[in-house]
Every structure is written in C-alpha cells, then in structure tokens.
Design a protein around this ligand. Structure first.
Ligand code: AMP
Ligand code: MG
Length: 529
C-alpha cells in the first residue's frame, strides 16, 4: 500500500454544477426545504474505519487511475469521504419527484454527496458521487447512510450493466465504513445493526427528471430555467445555446435516450423496481440501484420490489409505459419555460414510435433475424413471449440456447432446450405450442436467408451468457457480511465479459436453484437499504 495523494494530482476538476447554478446560502447541515437553489454545500461524514472492498478496474482506467493508485491508503480515504481533495466541492443537490405515481415534493440527495466533476485525459466529464456518506439537508427523516448489502448490489450491478452495453451510471469503488447502521429490513419492527458502506458512483451527470420538477412545482421559473440552461450547456452541448428551439430538441433527445434505455432493460431482463421520476436520469442512464431484479423465469408481471407487490406499478412488462408517464411529468415541468404544447406532445409520441421500432430491432437480433415486421411478425413473436411465460422458461438461458437451434434442427433440439431452461416439472404440457412456434420460427429463418455464422454472432452479441442473477448477488452479500469478499471479486470479473462463455464458470450460467425462489434478496427486496 502506498500512502500518497499523488494519484489524484492528475485529476483536473471542473465543477460546473456549482459554478453555473444557484446554491443554498445556508451552510449548516440540518434537514430543511431548500428554495431557489439547486444544491447545498455539505461535508461527508467521517467513517470510523474505512476498508476497501472492491473497485472497478474498468472505471478506474476511465478516470486515469492505475491499480496501484486504487490500492493506496489515500484512495480508500477519499472514497470513504474522509478526505476531500483541495479542488473537491462537496454538495448535495435539490430535486423532487413523483413516487409511485404521487407527487412527493422535495426529495434531493439525501444520502448522496457529490464531490465535483473531473475532466479525464480524453476530455470526458465525469461527476463523482459518494452514496451513503452521511446526512444532508435533503435526508428528511433518514440517516444518510447505506448498508453493505445494498451497496454490493449497486456496485456490482451498475458495472455489470455497463459491460452488458446498457446505459448506466457507473461505480468506481465499494468501501466499508467501519460504522454500523440500523435497518429494519423487512419493515416488521425487527431492526438490526448492519455494516455501513459507501459506493463512489460515477456518471457524466446525475441530473434527474426531478431536478426540473421541484422548481416547476414551486413556480420558481428562474431556477427552473437556470437548471435547463445548465443542462443544455453541460450535458447536451451539441444542441446549441439555450433557446425554445434547443429546449425542444433537448426534450426530444431525452425521449429518445429514455426509449433506448428501456429497450435495453427489456433485452436483458432487468427490472428497475422503483421508476419514480426522481430515479430517471436526464441522460437516459439507469440510475439508483435499489430493489432491482433480474428475470429468472420470463414473467412480465414480476416486480422485485416488496413495496410495489400490490399495484405492481413497476413490473417488468410495464416499464415502457412508466417511462412514458415519467416523460409526461418532465414535459409538464419544463412547459412553463417553453410554452409550446404541440412539439412536446410530438416528442412524446416519438418516444412511443422509437420504443416500438427499437424493440422490434432488438427482438430481431435476439432471435437471429435481420429484421422483424411489425405486422407480419407480430403474432408469432407474441406466441413466443406467451410460451416463455407459460412454460416458465429462464429468459437468459433460453435466448442464449436458441442460437443452437438451426433452420434445419429437429424438434428434439428445441425440446431439450425447453427442458433445460424451464422451471416447471411439466414442461411437456407446453410442447404442442412449442412445436408450432418452432415451425414458424424455422420458416422465418429460412426466409431471412442469413448465414449461420452471422446469426450466431448476432445472437451472442445481444443475448448474455451471464447476468447478475438475484441469488448470485445475495450469495456474494452473505459471504461479504462474514468478511469474505471473494464472491464479489469473482462476480465482478465474470460480469466484465457477459457475452462470452467462460470456461470453469458454468455455475454462473444456470437456472435459479430451488432454495432461492422464496428467499429474501433472491426473489423480492424491500426498499430498506
Ligand atoms: P430512493 O427511493 O432510494 O430513490 O430514495 C428516495 C429519496 O429518499 C431520495 O431523496 C433519497 O436521497 C432519500 N433516501 C433514501 N434512503 C435514504 C437514507 N438512508 N438517508 C437519507 N435519505 C435517503
Ligand atoms: Mg433515488
């Protein structure tokens, strides 16, 4: 371990959020409503005994850090919030949001502390944020802290999503604070002391829909406009200087980026779990990994979030509609500055058409076809989704295995795939439907007339071999809580190459085991984190 601040002298800070936006004049750290300001200056809480659990080499590289840098004492101190570099300006930002369809007023960075933005040697802007580094003016009744289990989940999943090609915020490091945090995991009155942790999140910007909503809800057009102008200048500079025209181009782009992100979620079987408007990134990045989950058996009705078990608002199959609903809220929020309804409505309509066309292209590639026709292919694709659901097929295994089914494959090739990835003992009951689907699929492959090499390459590039299955994350957490971080390291390494079958790693590409079906953390999660 080296003990030097040298790694960070390479970092060039350019804290535009603070430079360009109005800040809170109150500098004491107490919970309050913050008006006419986009952020409040805060200091991270000092962690008692920080210990580095893991870091992302891929992210570190993007930030011009070497492995040696990341193993230094300084790195752990900075990533725990114990040491601020001279150019860091720590702040929590103000945002609001709709939670589960209801306006919730001011929320804000209640346990995220921003450290500033750095420009890397490639000229890219990266904002750094510590999640779980203590209370801020936006912490409301909570403590500003995060526990190890939720931090492991965020750390592993955001990097896994990145390597899957899904737009996402990133994670640089995972640090244990050495402090204990009290949590009532099941909301049943049994609170427990759990290990505290901090994740350093990284993104070009952490701006959320709620950053615009809060000022609009208060009819504070001045701050709303400041936030919009800042976003255009810093996050969407290619659109030109702020004007009604560029605001509209910006909103249209947010609609497009959001549509594309949701198509990726549907492609890999990711369920966000809490698609509140404060958890929607203006850059179309997956943000705020809470009670998220991955589909094992394909089930559009599934949600991992116990808080949402009744209404299932954020279930897998509903994510495209919810994203649209959230975009409508964003349009409402920025309307007072734009005062033109029709182009906003047009952009929203384009969200729907963009989603449709991208979804079709995505499904075509998952199935190894050059394209799908909205009308002609609609029925047999719907038949497939019904089969996946009724026969309880493991989504990841099914699509990956489908590349082995050729235009001239016999029925038994497909039948053994179904047997291998169904969670039912009675999958044979679905063989009639499966046979008829296979016939249509093979007919379609024949008509498409692509080489089998092209088909295999196409399918293997979009159908992952490995995803962060809920039970795999839980096993890594169980071990970590006993002080063994090896499973975190193993998963992190594995998930750097999710599309490549890796020898000796077959156990990570298997169906969810029976024991995991009902276990907390492996099937359903609460928001407690
Ligand atoms: P989430 O449901 O995680 O998106 O959080 C909703 C709001 O609650 C955000 O404003 C968070 O910053 C805040 N929040 C969540 N957990 C905590 C916590 N432990 N301490 C303070 N604020 C929190
Ligand atoms: Mg959130």
């Amino acid at each position: 371990m080296t003990n030097t601040a040298e790694p960070f002298t390479r970092w060039r800070f350019d804290n535009q959020f603070i430079l360009q936006l109005p800040g809170d004049s109150e500098t004491e750290n107490f919970r309050r409503q913050v008006y006419a300001a986009c952020y409040s200056l805060v200091r991270p809480k000092t962690a008692a005994q920080p210990k580095l659990v893991d870091y992302s080499k891929a992210m570190a590289q993007q930030l011009d850090l070497t492995e040696q840098d990341c193993q230094s004492v300084w790195f752990t101190q900075v990533m725990a919030g114990n040491q601020l570099l001279p150019e860091m300006q720590a702040y929590a930002s103000c945002y609001g949001g709709h939670q589960f369809g209801h306006w919730a007023g001011q929320l804000g960075d209640g346990r995220a502390i921003n450290l500033g933005e750095i420009i890397n040697t490639q000229g890219q802007r990266w904002a750094l944020q510590l999640k779980g580094a203590g209370p801020t003016p936006y912490s409301r009744s909570a403590d500003g802290l995060a526990v190890l289990r939720s931090s492991v989940r965020e750390f592993l999943c955001s990097e896994a999503m990145y390597h899957l090609g899904v737009p996402t915020t990133r994670a640089l490091s995972l640090v244990l604070t050495g402090d204990k945090v009290l949590r009532d995991m099941f909301y049943d009155g049994n609170s427990q002391w759990e290990p505290g942790a901090v994740v350093c999140r990284v993104a070009p910007s952490f701006t959320r829909f709620g950053h615009f909503q809060i000022h609009s809800s208060r009819q504070d057009l001045k701050t709303l406009k400041a936030m919009m102008d800042y976003t255009l200048r810093v996050d969407f500079p290619h659109l030109g200087e702020p004007s009604v025209e560029t605001y509209l181009a910006w909103f249209a782009e947010v609609c497009r980026l959001t549509a594309d992100m949701i198509v990726h979620w549907q492609r890999v079987g990711f369920v966000h779990g809490v698609m509140n408007t404060d958890n929607m990134s203006i850059l179309g990045l997956t943000i705020d990994y809470g009670p998220y989950g991955w589909l094992d058996n394909y089930d559009p009705e599934w949600t991992p979030n116990t808080t949402d078990a009744q209404g299932r608002r954020y279930r897998f199959g509903h994510q495209p509609q919810i994203a649209y609903w959230n975009l409508v809220q964003l349009a409402n929020a920025i309307y007072p500055v734009i005062e033109q309804l029709e182009p906003l409505q047009q952009a929203l309509a384009q969200y729907a058409s963009r989603y449709e066309s991208q979804w079709l292209a995505m499904m075509a590639s998952k199935l190894g076809l050059s394209h799908l026709d909205e009308q002609e292919d609609e029925l047999w694709v719907a038949d497939l989704l019904r089969l996946l659901q009724d026969a309880q097929l493991d989504m990841t295994l099914f699509y990956r295995g489908l590349s082995q089914v050729q235009v001239d494959s016999e029925w038994n090739v497909f039948a053994s795939l179904l047997k291998a990835c169904s969670y039912l003992d009675t999958v044979e009951e679905h063989f009639y439907a499966a046979k008829s689907w296979l016939k249509q699929y093979q007919k379609r492959l024949l008509a498409d007339n692509q080489s089998s090499e092209w088909r295999l390459l196409t399918m293997e590039a979009v159908n992952p071999c490995y995803v962060l299955r809920n039970y795999l994350a839980q096993e890594a957490i169980d071990a970590a809580e006993q002080g063994d971080f090896s499973k975190i390291h193993a998963l992190q390494k594995l998930l750097e190459n999710p599309y490549q079958a890796q020898s000796g790693q077959e156990m990570f590409a298997q169906k969810r085991p029976d024991w995991a079906k009902q276990r907390a953390g492996c099937s359903m999660l609460s928001c407690s984190s």
